[in-house]
Write a protein that binds this ligand. Structure first.
Ligand code: NAD
Length: 302
């Protein structure tokens, strides 16, 4: 058995949407997880969400009640970063998407994690190379980009920074497989692959709506039925968050200096108006609890 298989101590920084999902899959696959957040309230919510999601997996026969109990027992929560990373063999940072915040976190992770520890980030759009540059171990910094919801989505987009060592990439590939994910290696350029391909499609769908080529339902139905996408691009944008879509498009636009990535004025307006999608109950569609039917926002109804 290779040395890789012995890696068992993981730290996840940030216990929000992605952090709780990442902690869930590691814990379920036998890793000891140290889950850290600045907010105790977020940590409590994360444990409640993980419990609820494991219960759903048990009721669907996807896991056993015993695995659920073991997974929950594998997670310890912390509000101190120094304590949380002290024993880690790999840290996955999944805190808020803000460059200053992440650079600061990586300095702290570098100062407090053991020397051999891999420092990974789940960032959707920030340069891995830039993040690595603030640490004393850029060769051990890598992107490990999970998709939402983490327990369901099979992909792990593994992003090599400019200095990432091959043995670090190999370890992260191995860990991804242990989590039952399918890893794909990409290089560190704006948007990596997932968002570089997805965001222009979403932006084009918004431009089509903005220019009056078709309505919200028509655009989404065409892409669902015509391309076998499980969700139309406008619904997906609402799910991701329109502010997140805008910020990733800005990263692509600035990073490549190519006007083809410039965000649609309608998207910019909707973000300014705080119509951010599911999280604000309105984007291209309106959302209310208990109602699973998709209803276009009044603004886009005919
Ligand atoms: N939501 C998605 O669909 C998605 C998909 C892939 C990748 N990502 C990436 O994952 C990361 C997290 O996104 P999210 O959607 O889970 O965000 P989120 O807002 O749900 O959670 C972020 C968490 O980070 C915590 N946090 C903030 N500052 C911190 C600090 N200094 N130390 C520790 N924790 C801190 C917050 O309290 C919060 O719990 C981002 O980099 C994002 O780009 C998100």
């Amino acid at each position: 058995m290779s040395q890789i298989s012995y890696m068992k101590n993981v730290c996840v920084i940030g216990a929000g949407t992605m952090g709780n999902g990442i902690a869930h899959v590691f814990a379920q696959n036998g890793f000891s997880v140290s889950l850290m957040d600045v907010s105790q309230d977020q940590l409590n919510k994360a444990i409640a969400t993980i419990t609820k999601n494991l219960d759903r997996q048990v009721s669907k026969g996807l896991t056993t009640a015993e695995t659920k109990e073991t997974a929950l027992a594998n997670i310890v929560t912390h509000t101190s970063l120094a304590t949380a990373v002290s024993n880690a063999e790999i840290v996955i940072e999944a805190a808020t998407e803000n460059i200053e915040l992440k650079l600061n976190l990586f300095k702290q992770m570098d100062a407090n994690a053991p020397a051999g520890c891999i420092l990974a980030t789940n960032t959707s759009s920030i340069s891995i190379t830039k993040i690595a540059s603030v640490t004393s171990r850029p060769e051990q910094v890598i992107g490990m980009h999970f998709m939402n919801p983490v327990p369901v989505m099979k992909l792990a987009e593994v992003i090599n920074g400019y200095a990432t060592k091959k043995e670090v990439t190999d370890k992260v590939i191995d860990i991804s497989k242990q989590l039952q994910k399918v890893p794909c290696i990409v290089n560190d350029y704006p948007g990596f692959i997932a968002n570089r391909v997805l965001m222009p499609m979403i932006n084009e769908a918004i431009f089509s709506l903005y220019e009056g080529v078709a309505g919200v339902e028509e655009i989404d139905t065409i892409m669902k039925l015509g391309m076998a996408h499980p969700m139309g691009p406008l619904q997906l944008a609402d799910f991701i968050g329109l502010d997140v879509c805008l910020s990733i498009l800005n990263v692509l636009h600035e990073g490549f200096g190519n006007p083809k990535y410039s965000p649609c004025p309608l998207l910019i307006n909707m973000v300014a108006a705080k119509k951010l999608g599911v999280k604000t109950n309105e984007g291209f569609y309106v959302y209310s609890s208990g109602n699973k039917n998709l209803i276009a926002s009044e603004r886009f109804r005919k």
